[in-house]
Write a protein that binds this ligand. Structure first.
Ligand SMILES: Cc1cc2nc3c(=O)[nH]c(=O)nc-3n(C[C@H](O)[C@H](O)[C@H](O)COP(=O)(O)OP(=O)(O)OC[C@H]3O[C@@H](n4cnc5c(N)ncnc54)[C@H](O)[C@@H]3O)c2cc1C
Length: 391
């Protein structure tokens, strides 16, 4: 009988596994993929997540692997609109750390193996679960064989198409935005250095972020989903809109994507709980989804320990977890919508109004508030360090 069974070994399931293993709980993480996905999605690690990593000794490995982004520059057709510094966003981590998701998962997987070898089981796809009252039975398929495990609590960290959420009968209402994007990673041939660059053009936004190894990620808003596009097409869009040249022949990742928002009606259903994308899907424009999931995990780990030890009020605390995390997911969704709105095509008077608003937001004294919002420190208006926005 396990204490906690986590379904999904993505960044959120791995981090929760580390937190629970460190507390001495008997935990297992089941992941259907035999190897880590090569596709690089998230790159931004925000200060509250770095704070949450402290208790696991994870900050150093992350700082060694990633590159800090201390701020960004916002450009329009007429030149620089303003700059945003993350200096005031967090005294300890005044930056967003950039690291491709695949490498982020590697760091977390290594830590989990150090804390509790054998906790992560790859190649097991969960297909059924049954709440038996005092525990939950979970059936998975591994290489054609079915096996059933028993756990006192089960956490679905199995992403937006969560099987656990479906099996627990939890609705996941939401929708798809009209905005589409094309993104790719290239050697950094710009003069932006460590800064992010947001270019607001009449045809739609072009965003670019430093990556480790002197590379940069480029994200371009498109009118349609450019599924069959190549690196040459992305380079052409960037050149047309900004005049900047990308070395298309050295593209290491290319992806066209559309963006959605969903929020699970519940994150707690008896002995089954949800974290990360299984609970909330947020548009990646602004880079919050993975961080939101980590902060779910940081908030949930002590609550699970309380439930397992039979602490008084533990169930009520779980419901508070659900309320707060759903509220913060809605906040992140609104912020992503704000980011997307600023990146839409705009010409003439609409563009001048947008640039005027942005100049106001990027001017002191508003800028520190914007910097905190962009680094997911919504609860830290007073400048003091908060462990995570939830706690
Ligand atoms: C283009 C793009 C850019 C992004 N950029 C950022 C960013 O900069 N910052 C940020 O914070 N977020 C970003 N995100 C969002 C981020 O990628 C997700 O929020 C994050 O991956 C969620 O992590 P997760 O562990 O909850 O789910 P996932 O990463 O989806 O992991 C779920 C895991 O569960 C496994 N699984 C699923 N079903 C089963 C099953 N039945 N049995 C066993 N295993 C199962 C899957 O194989 C997978 O490994 C971006 C997303 C995209 C698409």
């Amino acid at each position: 009988m396990l204490d906690v069974l986590i379904v999904g070994g993505g960044p959120v399931g791995l981090f929760l596994g580390c937190l629970l293993a460190r507390r001495g709980l008997d935990v297992r993480v089941l992941e259907r993929r035999r190897a880590r996905s090569g596709h690089s999605r998230a790159v931004g690690i925000h200060p509250p997540a770095l704070h949450a990593f402290e208790e696991l000794g994870l900050v150093q490995p992350f700082l060694e692997a990633g590159v800090p982004i201390p701020g960004g520059v916002v450009l329009g057709p007429g030149g620089v609109i303003g700059e945003l510094s993350f200096h005031a966003a967090s005294p300890r981590y005044p930056f967003i750390l950039s690291l491709p998701q695949r490498e982020t998962e590697e760091v977390l997987e290594r830590r989990l193996a150090d804390l509790a070898p054998g906790t992560l089981r790859r190649g097991v796809e969960v297909r059924a679960l049954r709440d038996e009252g005092p525990h939950v039975s979970v059936t998975g398929r591994e290489g054609g064989r079915e096996q059933t495990l028993h756990a006192r609590l089960v956490v679905g960290a199995d992403g937006t198409r969560s099987t656990v959420r479906d099996l627990a009968g939890i609705a996941f209402p939401g929708g798809t935005y009209a905005d589409k994007y094309l993104m790719g990673d290239f050697p950094d041939t710009t003069a932006f250095g460590p800064l992010a660059a947001i270019c607001l053009t009449g045809e739609g936004v072009v965003e670019s972020f430093p990556l480790p190894g002197h590379r940069r990620r480029w994200v371009v808003r498109t009118e349609a989903l450019l599924d069959g596009a190549g690196a040459v097409d992305l380079a052409a869009l960037v050149r047309e809109r900004t005049g900047l040249h990308l070395p298309a022949g050295d593209c290491s990742m290319l992806s066209a994507f559309e963006v959605r928002h969903h929020l699970a009606r519940r994150m707690v259903a008896g002995r089954v709980l949800l974290v990360g994308d299984a609970a909330h899907e947020v548009s990646p424009i602004g880079g919050q989804g993975m961080n939101l999931g980590w902060l779910d995990a940081a908030a949930l780990a002590p609550r699970l320990e309380e439930v397992l030890s039979g602490a008084p009020g533990a169930r009520a605390a779980l419901l508070r977890y659900e309320r707060r995390r759903r509220r913060l997911a809605r906040l992140a969704t609104r912020q992503a919508e704000f980011n997307m709105a600023f990146g839409r095509p705009a010409g003439g008077a609409a563009r001048r109004v947008r640039e005027g608003v942005l100049r106001g937001l990027l001017a002191p004294p508003v800028q520190p508030l914007l910097a905190r919002a962009f680094t997911m420190r919504w609860g830290a208006a007073g400048g003091g360090e908060t462990r995570c926005p939830e706690s």
